[in-house]
Design a protein around this ligand. Structure first.
Ligand SMILES: [Zn+2]
Length: 485
């Protein structure tokens, strides 16, 4: 086995938003080593060409400079060498989103695809990363939050971390700064929440609520064998919203007003939105990070990877995100129905559902859903929102037909056993309905391909009931579907 690839990252010039990244490869390709930056980040289906932020690159071997040739927009090749090769990059980082890398005098945040090149042909090699502190007076109390395993670094400290291969390396976002940190346990797994940008949050309340929420998911879906720690990285600016899922962590952005503050109880609409976002990203820990489309195993990060199945991974996740809030007791039924009503309205109001099926919307996510323009409402159906309604329809149908004995929960019950389960187009439904969905196989086979409203005859009674329940929200409508109020 090759010696680990040694990466280091240093906030070289925070005021100019520049990181210096170095990478030493012990056994480079003797014909010249190719290095490659990803064009996209898993979970966000748009070409972002992270190599465009590389503003300087050089290589050396044994203290001697090596020539670096650019091969295309994302790849470089170093001059042949039979000794270890070190590549040094300067990278501009001024994208303060969950998909980017950012650096200034107040903090450092990065996603691996933005800063770490892959060593072509050696992607399976172990990687170690030395995270170095900035040379900055303000950074004296900065701490490091990441789900990456420590290998010498103190807890929340600078120093060395490790990942078993490149795929894992770039699945651990890192936040560095003056962080508020909370810790709790869920399903016997230590969980951490690290917040940047808000010091007034009621951390005890937040940890209590997240423990409730995460324990609910963990109980329903089962603890993945490779989950020994989970980290929420939360940026709380004046305004913002978004999240990106990872295997052992998630990056979140939410208005600072959405956080509960000390002395406050009840769940404000903003806090409810934040809890829904957290629930969504946490559900992904199973649905898309461990069960995933076949075409994502492994990811090809050099170009678009089309799949008609994003509605399974985003739609079903969107269905369960708010549902978990009501089922775990964090919000009352009336509020859940209000949220469900909003999703139904969003799908019905959009005319795009007549142009696209959710399978088509999934397939074209790269150039349509992620690149919306003035015509989006007419041309695109959201695989999130309509996918959630398909999951709702399936849930209602299953509970109704089995008198509450079965539900889509069952699909995920043995997710640990199916850790390598992959969905394939066009026979994805085979796995989804195996043993659980029964006669609804036809529904799942057809529905994602339809360019119209979900077929009423498929679940006529149930959807009428659901719509009625939105209006009659105070009459304990979930009793029939096994949801306790
Ligand atoms: Zn999602």
């Amino acid at each position: 086995m090759n010696a680990a690839h040694l990466y280091s990252i240093w906030p070289k010039d925070p005021a100019a938003h520049l990181y210096e990244v170095s990478l030493t490869v012990e056994k480079p390709d003797p014909k010249g080593q190719v290095f490659e930056m990803p064009a996209w980040i898993p979970g966000s289906y748009m070409i972002r060409d992270y190599a465009r932020h590389v503003v300087g690159i050089r290589a050396e071997s044994d203290g001697v400079s090596l020539a670096v040739h650019k091969l295309d927009k994302s790849r470089w090749k170093t001059e042949p060498s039979d000794r270890a090769v070190t590549l040094v990059l300067e990278i501009y980082a001024h994208d303060d989103s969950v998909r980017g890398a950012h650096l200034d005098t107040t903090h450092a945040y990065f996603n691996g695809p933005c800063v770490f090149p892959a060593v072509a042909g050696q992607e399976d090699t172990e990687c170690s990363v030395e995270i170095l502190p900035a040379d900055l007076a303000e950074s004296k109390h900065w701490r490091v939050a990441t789900s990456m395993n420590r290998a010498g670094a103190a807890e929340y400290g600078f120093g060395t971390y490790v990942a078993s291969d490149y795929d894992e390396l770039i699945d651990h976002p890192v936040e560095i700064g003056n962080l508020s940190i909370g810790e709790f346990q869920a399903g016997d797994v230590p969980h951490v929440i690290a917040i940047r940008g808000n010091t007034k949050a009621d951390m005890a309340r937040l940890c209590h609520d997240l423990e409730t929420l995460c324990s609910f998911h963990m109980e329903m879906l089962g603890k993945p064998a490779d989950l020994d720690r989970y980290v929420f990285l939360l940026h709380a600016p004046g305004k913002g919203y978004g999240g990106l899922e990872h295997r052992w962590s998630t990056s979140l952005v939410s208005n600072r007003d959405s956080l509960p503050i000390r002395g406050e109880d009840g769940v404000s609409p903003e806090y409810r939105t934040l809890l829904g976002l957290i629930s969504h990203e946490y559900f992904h820990l199973w649905n898309v990070k461990r069960m995933k489309p076949a075409v994502f195993t492994p990811y090809d990060l050099s170009a678009e990877t089309h799949t008609g199945l994003l509605w399974v991974f985003e739609g079903i996740t969107s269905y369960y995100d708010d549902l978990a809030l009501v089922r775990s007791g964090l919000i009352p039924e009336t509020e859940y129905l209000e949220l469900l009503g909003q999703t139904i309205s969003r799908v019905i109001r959009g005319q795009g559902r007549r142009r696209q099926s959710v399978a088509e919307s999934s397939f074209d996510a790269w150039t349509k859903f992620y690149k919306q323009d003035a015509n989006a409402g007419n041309a695109i159906v959201s695989y999130y929102a309509k996918g959630a309604l398909i999951a709702l329809a399936l849930d209602l149908k299953l509970r109704s037909e089995t008198e509450g004995r079965s539900s889509p929960d069952a699909v995920f019950e043995n997710v640990e056993r199916h850790r390598r389960l992959v969905f394939r187009t066009p026979d994805h439904e085979a796995r989804l309905h195996a043993g659980h969905v029964g006669r609804r196989g036809q529904f799942l086979r057809q529905e994602p391909l339809e360019r119209r409203q979900i077929r009423r005859h498929a679940f006529e009674d149930e959807i009428d009931l659901a719509v009625e329940h939105v209006a009659l929200a105070h009459q304990r409508p979930f009793a029939r579907f096994g949801l306790e109020s």
